[in-house]
Design a protein. Sequence first.
Lengths: 217, 350
Amino acid sequence: MGNCSLDFEQQKISLLNALVSMDTLSARTILTQPYDPCTPHQVVEQLVAPALEIIGEGWEKGEYSLSQVYVSGRICEELVDLILPPMHQSRRYQPKMAIAVLEDRHMLGSRVVYSALRASGFELAHYGSQTVDALAQRVEKDRIELLLVSTLMLSSALRVKRLRSLLEQSGRQVKIMVGGAPFRFDPALWQEVRADACGSSAAEAVDFAENLLKELQ
Amino acid sequence: MNTPKMTSLQRVLTTLGQQEPDRVPFFLLLTMTGAKELGLSLQDYFSKAEYVVEAQLRMRKKFQHDCLYSFLYASLEVEAFGGDTIYIDDGPPNAGAPIISKPQDILSLTPPRIEDHPCLQKVLEIERQLKAKVQDDAPIIGVVISPFSLPVMQMGFEGYLNLMLNQPDLFARLMQVNEAFCVNWANAQLAAGATAICYFDPVSSTTIITREQYLESGYQVARRVLPQIKGPTATHFASGRCLPIVEEVAQTGTMIFGISTSESLGELKKAVHGRATLIGNLNGVEMRRWSAEKAEAEVKKAIAEAGPGGGFILSDSHGEIPYQVSEETLLAISEAVHTWGRYPLDWAAA
């Protein structure tokens, strides 16, 4: 990978403004211009991911709304697919990943995380709504290494503990990252259910995937 | 000098008038806990009005709190629109598959008639029976899901956000249908015996949409709907933030704000400035692990921040106590309110 010496600060501010204003056209203009000598992968890493991270952190603090987080993620996901198509050679080696919603039909949170990860250059499967047993079987079958679990209800969040037990019984070493309202309102809950990490924003899921990637390399 | 003992309704009305009653009123918004009280499964419990009435009365006596709650579960309204409810053993019943699978389905949607749906009639029966039992001793809180928030269950959150952002005509048509239903449903509950209506509107929260989006959408809906409801209303954001829209929410005519544990009671109290009462904001999710000491500390903190001067009802921040919260914790909360909530709150000023 070549040396990317560009300073993206100004573009990052412009992209951030375009995203929170839900201005797809401006975001597209910013992202599709040439950034020689940087590769598309470096542009994603140094421009897109940081902008999404600021928005994700801003949501946690009450500065941005979920609609802005959702639309930003979708815009970036689409544009990153343009500059870095799913089969592009510079899509990095990465852990086998999936995201699922546990026993609920509320998909928005998982969709936001899915988009943020794809917009950051990762590939992952979206399993939709799953029961604990079905999810454990699917993780085993697909040999998943990083599982992201989204929950809305406290009762679903508590079931992650059983998911962990089932995965241990199968002998698979799977990292579990949890997220969703119950974990935001009870910061100690993720440890109680024996998850490996808790993401209070999509940006934290991206960080966790990045760190796991480093561990595996 | 202590104020003479009041009934729950007097206590609540006094605080709504921005005066100090005998003590801080507190609402335990108990739904699923009633099933535990009667030793029933959640599905059995929610199947009969008599069960809910019996449990509500027993729980009020046990926990010595200040309201009765006729709310069963949120997806009940979607059932009236033709949807399903999925029951689980230890959590709130959830809406099944969306009734609007594609935006064009909105064109054929009509408001359900209250008299046609046994699920709605059951709630009215609960309210009638509760009213017959308590008369004017305690307020009976009925619930509607705001027309603006109901679509999350009608069509899924993602589909709804996309509709809101990209298809204004279909969005307007959906609001028209939901508003007609919401007004009828709220007024039917008031006629059956509900004292006030809790208008659950989490999508209007700035946790979900921007202030600008709220002004164009949720705010306009609330301004059309709330004046048509023939009784007092409380707008509840079900754990969502509302500080950036306080001024506008106050203008919708609502009397009470249901607020999140993520926001400061003191800051919100300053912002509403005597124009509305706050209800909240104990952390219901964390409550499951509270010791008696922790419960007492949390109650004291909330009362100290928002109790002085009235205009405050202590409650949880979501509008429903989770199934997993123990009776011991609820009793500890009650004891703390009865110990530390007596006006005047000299200890809080010290």
